[in-house]
Design a protein around this ligand. Sequence first.
Ligand code: HEC
Length: 127
Amino acid sequence: MKRYVGILSVLAFALVLMNYSFASADAAKGEAIFKDTKVGNCKTCHDTGDKKKVGPGLKGVTDRQPKEWIEKWLADPQGTWAANDEHAQDLKKRMNKVDKPNTAMKLPTKLAADQIADLIDFLGTLK
Ligand code: HEC
């Protein structure tokens, strides 16, 4: 019995470690996409602190916008802008673009769901 408990706790510990390394790997992948001018190109338009560039500084963005909304936004910025829900309205107000029909956020490629998840993990580290 004692032996099983030992094995089980080693297994549990390994699971915790695996989980931890997956989580940080995602944020690292997200950071690479953020900087890659051919994929996300986010860094060209966004500061990771609070300085405004073309778009707002992204420090704390996962606190001011829900993750599900950021997911939609990254999958389809123009469609999300046009859908004009409360979170898009909040962004428009902050950018002084309440009446603008188009967003200035243009991505070099359409992002896949896993790339978006990695990016959101990375955005969550910008505190
Ligand atoms: C060509 C410039 C450009 C690129 C490239 C770009 N963005 Fe943006 N982003 C903007 C602009 C501009 C806005 C604000 C909407 C507007 O003014 O049209 C914005 C808004 C956002 C917002 C909402 C911020 C808030 O405060 O609500 C997030 C999140 C975001 N961008 C993330 C990203 C990520 C992640 C990438 C890379 C995959 C990216 N952006 C690439 C220009 C860009």
